[in-house]
Ligand binder design. Structure first.
Ligand code: TYM
Length: 332
């Protein structure tokens, strides 16, 4: 199953762990959509990663379908390969082999684990600790060249390269080395309530004003931006403080404007002008996505058929890599 055979392979994924926010959209999906014709793409819904922290089973099933619908509604073409991670057993199988070659110290250094486990380190699941091995398996199974993600995933892709290199050095050329593809704009969107913290699904659960969700109706988007943290100045000045910079970053990313143009547009303007401009731009981008989302969700059976069909077609590709690794290490 190849969407654009002969073009460089792109692989990326998002966790179906609840509503998608503007950070996921600007840091990842929007770039996948824009560049989809340049690459041979595989877009994954990484449900096995999601169960590394407790999930309600019905919610996980719903979030998985919802995320697939968001991919398509955002503009991923139907012919692109989009599938659910748990539908292809080679992912956890390869992850296990990789885990046996990854030193504990490498995993201990991962900032996402430190952040997610927090003070509950001893009670966190072993899955949360081993998470980067599964992510490396996702990427390496498809001989991926580029991994388009937000800035927070860079460390995981570096670990993926390290483990691939380690295995290649020991057993010969088993893996293709992937590279992160991180854009200059939108790669690290911050929380609206606290611009020192990255916009994240987990913080969004605790504070309603933290994140804009892709399915938020226009009045909610406006209200959230209206309450977004700015700074003590009466109007926009450059260099701007963290809150204002974040609003400007959202604005310039979603409108594809260059920094000088954005500076000129807002210098000396009251924050209300900036907030209403960023609300308008975000609502304009989200409205058609929300419309298409509702249309797609009207036929969940068709969506599930598409996901299953793609997994069936990708399985032989994943199995070929898995068998190559199994042979290299002596398992077959
Ligand atoms: P996840 O589900 O946390 O996030 C999905 C994508 O959104 C990006 N992102 C952001 N970008 C900008 N600003 C933010 N505030 C922001 N928050 C999230 C993430 O960088 C990511 O691109 N481990 C991955 C999922 C994964 C994966 C993979 C990705 C599993 N296997 C293989 C690529 C390749 C994760 O938890 O993403």
């Amino acid at each position: 199953m190849q969407s654009n055979p002969g073009k460089p392979r792109v692989f990326s994924g998002i966790q179906p762990s609840g509503g998608l926010h503007l950070g996921n959209y600007l840091g990842a999906i929007r770039n996948w959509v824009r560049d989809q014709d340049k690459y041979d793409n595989i877009f994954c819904i990484v449900d096995l990663h999601t169960i590394t922290v407790p999930q309600d089973p019905a919610a996980l099933r719903e979030n998985t379908l919802s995320l697939a619908a968001i991919y398509l509604a955002s503009g991923i073409k139907k012919e692109q390969a989009m599938f659910v991670q748990s539908h292809i057993p080679a992912h956890p199988e390869l992850a296990w082999i990789l885990e046996c070659f990854i030193p504990m110290g490498w995993l201990e250094r991962m900032t996402q684990f430190k952040e997610k486990s927090g003070r509950e380190r001893e009670r966190s699941s072993a899955g949360l600790f081993a998470y980067p091995a599964l992510m490396a398996a996702d990427i390496l199974l498809y001989d991926t060249r580029y991994v388009p993600v937000g800035e927070d995933q860079r460390q995981h892709i570096e670990l993926t390269r390290d483990i691939a290199q380690r295995i290649n050095q020991r057993f010969g050329d088993v893996f293709t080395l992937p590279e992160p593809m991180i854009q200059a704009a939108g790669a690290r969107i911050m929380g609206l309530d606290d611009p020192e913290k990255k916009m994240s699904k987990s913080l969004a659960g605790d504070t309603p004003g933290h994140a804009i969700f892709l399915l938020d109706p226009p009045d909610v988007v406006r209200k959230k931006f209206a309450r977004a943290q700015t700074d003590a100045e009466p109007a926009v000045r450059f260099p701007a403080g963290a809150g204002v910079r974040n609003l400007l970053e959202i604005y310039r990313t979603i409108t594809d404007k260059a920094w000088p143009a954005v500076e000129q547009e807002f210098t000396g303007k009251p924050y209300s002008v900036l907030k209403s401009a960023v609300s308008d731009a975000v609502i304009e981008a989200l409205t058609p996505i929300q419309q298409r989302y509702r249309e797609i969700r009207a036929d969940d059976a068709a969506l599930m058929r598409q996901l299953r069909g793609t997994a069936d077609r990708l399985t032989p590709i994943a199995d070929t890599t898995l068998q190559r690794v199994q042979h290299a290490v002596g398992l077959r």
